[in-house]
Design a protein around this ligand. Structure first.
Ligand code: DGJ
Length: 741
């Protein structure tokens, strides 16, 4: 990995084994973008890549040069209105009302490693040689605003991270109304754009379209990254697929309002941008103050979508997630939410926990309803004190009983919210996000606490700390069940109201940071009505997330497949729940529910007492299986082999680092009869190893399994023989392949 500056040609070249990123200082002092893609050898001069031409109806910077128009030049940090008419990376409103700025080169520095982003989540290095960072400082002479462009290139994998810092070195305040973390001008638009979109209970479905002239974008204006669009997109060449081809993944490490946009101009240039959503964003920067944008992670892969995902998985697992749980196998849990909802007593919980323990569960999680007057979703949020009517021995007493059963204890919180019917609201009605003289909309009868205010975050921290200090809580599910409306903070002046959305999310990060510092061994699971805030920002604090409230195994095929595009398997909260399923009312067989949930953190979301003896035996085997293989399932290399978005079958696999063990998950939604024979070409095995398939006891070489494929046909191929067990809908199988000596 190296970052070099060629003085004569004024070019920067950032490269490692996989990628090159090349920029040039242009004659007007701004930074031009020359190349981003597969690694090319370094040389003195790449400035020939800066193409300029005279074109009619174009505006030029210099009277003597009818070719230099920013409209037709690929740039790193473009502004609007000084000959470029495309969307800018930055907009700054100045005291005199002007929006024009010109950020020209001042100096650069190269650092080993990667600096921290103050108050924001970001990828990190553990040793200096893991990455190198280029910081280019630009300045607008008129306002005195300095901009630092951060580029960190990791030593391995096609990983480049970007962020921007603003510093007001002028004499007057300015208003930043747009501050994208990434601008990337690509020379063509022959890409398919992939986004992960959906809604509650159907999050992160894969949507693909070809880029076209004009603007395509995804965003959130909800205050959370949202169920609707994940802060992640892929540009892939149309011929690229899961296994091969050129792919660029863009992931924003942020949990609030975001925008990811591709503007294809009519000359075929793609301008890709990612960052805080400029809608409803306006940050006042006083002299001497600085502002840091969130980080964007760019992954380039020549090995198709799987190659890109595997790079994201390892990076987010090892250099975004942190702390005690980062590398640990995750405990198998039983959560009481779908088992009881609000209808529980201590006695009932203990019964559920006893059965869970008998089956081998390691962690019992008490969900919503344990505090204040919370007997429904109308009351109690904000009052983080155990309800003595339900829990006569308090949280500590219950936790002790769970501990005595031989399990760990986990607890649900929704720290950012309050019900009107709560002591907290009665005491501090002004702590809620609300606009003066406007009505206050609710979501699930709850209101959003103003986390842009430090005293509010302090209060919530202390109430949580009090409960957690008993030392018996090993896990927290941090929920967040509504988006923000009437966004306004009564604690901020009029000209700072455009800061509230961002300050809110900084408050959330601050609370997380304080809690994980104080309780470093607690495992945090993020949640927002399922997957409403499943993003890289959250992964920095909570190494796993409840990816959807839809717990049905068949629905989860699409949700988990889509999620795996960016997020590691160790981060995917996945449970076996009851049938008929509470969201889609489907009767997915127990083995299929588990076969899907194994590719995640794994647990149960039901009362195991309600299962038959036969089912309990099956559950015991499932738990034992997960205990045996979770290291591989959660931390192995994951490959998508067949997409649920393209047909009746889904197939994925995970392979151990030494390639000696692989587990293939095979799933079929609807049953068939007299169907074609089927096989699947596996990936990631060692060609020369002989693998025993522990399920059907066959033995094959890795190259057979990868090139001619593994047979997956079953009794549905042909007529079902009278002595064979017929299949039904929602069928699934796991194939375990073990290398034999
Ligand atoms: C929404 C979550 O996604 C559920 O798992 C559950 O915790 C409920 N909230 C509790 O209110």
């Amino acid at each position: 990995m190296s970052i070099v500056y060629h003085e004569d040609s004024k070019t920067f070249h950032l490269y490692n084994d996989s990628i090159s990123y090349i920029m040039v200082l242009m004659r007007n002092g701004q930074l031009g973008q020359l190349y981003y893609g597969k690694k090319i050898r370094d040389k003195e001069d790449f400035s020939y890549l800066l193409e300029t031409a005279g074109r009619p109806m174009t505006s030029y910077l210099y009277e003597q040069d009818r070719t230099f128009s920013l409209e037709h030049i690929k740039q790193e940090f473009p502004v609007y209105g000084t000959t470029d008419y495309r969307h800018p990376a930055v907009e700054i409103i100045q005291e005199n009302g002007s929006h024009i700025s010109e950020f020209c080169f001042e100096f650069f520095e190269i650092q080993n490693g990667k600096p921290k982003l103050e108050g924001l989540p970001a990828t990190y290095t553990e040793a200096e040689e893991e990455a190198q960072t280029l910081i280019v400082t630009l300045k607008d002479q008129v306002t005195g605003i300095c901009v630092k462009l951060f580029y960190s290139i990791f030593a391995t994998g096609g990983i480049l991270t970007r962020s921007v810092q603003f510093l007001n070195l002028g004499t007057s305040p300015v208003y930043i109304t747009k501050a994208m973390s990434l601008n990337l001008d690509l020379p063509d638009y022959d890409y398919d754009w992939i986004q992960l979109s959906g809604a509650w209970a159907r999050e992160r479905h894969i949507k693909i379209r070809h880029l076209e002239q004009g603007i395509q974008a995804i965003d959130s204006m909800r205050g959370n990254s949202s169920h609707n669009h994940n802060p992640f997109i892929v540009l892939k060449r149309p011929t690229a697929d899961e296994r091969q081809g050129e792919v660029i993944g863009i992931s924003l490490v942020y949990s609030g309002n975001f925008l990811i946009q591709a503007e294809v101009d009519t000359y075929g240039v793609t301008r890709l941008q990612a960052g805080i959503n400029p809608a409803r964003f306006c940050w006042k920067l006083e002299n001497g103050e600085s502002f840091q944008t969130p980080e964007v992670v760019m992954v380039y892969s020549e090995q198709g979508l799987n190659g890109m995902s595997q790079t994201f998985h390892k990076l987010y697992q090892k250099r975004l997630a942190r702390g005690y749980w980062r590398d640990r196998e995750r405990p198998i849990l039983n959560n009481n939410w779908e088992a009881t909802y609000f209808n529980f007593t201590e006695e009932k919980l203990i019964k559920i926990a006893q059965k869970a323990k008998e089956c081998g569960v390691e962690l019992f999680v008490l969900d919503d309803g344990w505090f204040g007057e919370r007997s429904s979703d109308h009351a109690g949020l904000g009052d983080w004190v155990a309800n003595p009517k339900r829990l006569p021995n308090g949280i500590e007493g219950l936790a002790e009983k769970i501990e005595n059963l031989g399990m760990q204890f986990g607890l649900w919180f929704e720290p950012e919210m309050v019900n009107k019917d709560s002591d907290l609201y009665r005491e501090h009605p002004d702590w809620v996000i609300q606009t003066p003289e406007r009505s206050m909309s609710h979501g699930r009868y709850q209101y959003v606490l103003d986390f842009s205010r430090k005293e509010v975050v302090d209060f919530v921290y202390h109430s949580m700390e009090k409960i957690l200090s008993c030392g018996k809580i090993s896990y927290i599910k941090w929920d967040m069940n509504r988006s923000i409306t009437e966004c306004y903070s009564t604690a901020l002046p009029a000209d700072r109201q455009g800061e509230v959305f961002h300050r809110y999310i900084l408050g959330v990060y601050d609370l997380y940071e304080r809690l994980i510092n104080r309780f470093p061994t607690i495992l945090f699971e993020s949640c927002a009505s399922g997957g409403g805030r499943l993003d890289p920002g959250m992964l920095y604090y909570a190494p796993q997330g409840w990816v959807s409230d839809n717990s049905d195994g068949i629905s989860r095929l699409k949700i988990q497949y889509g999620t795996s595009l960016c997020y590691p398997i160790s981060s995917i909260g996945s449970h076996v729940s009851a049938i008929p399923n509470h969201q889609v009312y489907r009767n997915t067989p127990l083995h299929t529910r588990a076969n899907v949930a194994y590719f995640g953190t794994f647990g149960y979301e039901l009362d195991l007492n309600k299962l038959s003896l036969e089912e309990i035996e099956e559950v015991k085997q499932q738990i034992q299986f997960m205990k045996n293989y979770r290291g591989l399932l959660q931390y192995g290399t994951f490959y998508r082999l067949k997409s649920p978005f393209e047909g009746n079958e889904t197939i994925w696999t995970v392979v151990s680092d030494d390639k000696k063990t692989a587990i293939v998950g095979w799933y079929r939604v609807l049953n068939g009869v007299n169907m074609p024979y089927t096989r699947v070409k596996l990936e990631g095995l060692c060609s020369d190893f002989l693998y025993r398939n522990l399920v059907n006891n066959t033995i094959h070489y890795g190259d057979e399994l990868m090139n001619l494929g593994m047979i997956t046909s079953d009794v549905t191929a042909g007529e079902v023989p009278s002595n064979a067990k017929p299949c039904t809908d929602f069928e699934s199988r796991l194939y375990i392949l073990q290398a034999v000596e």
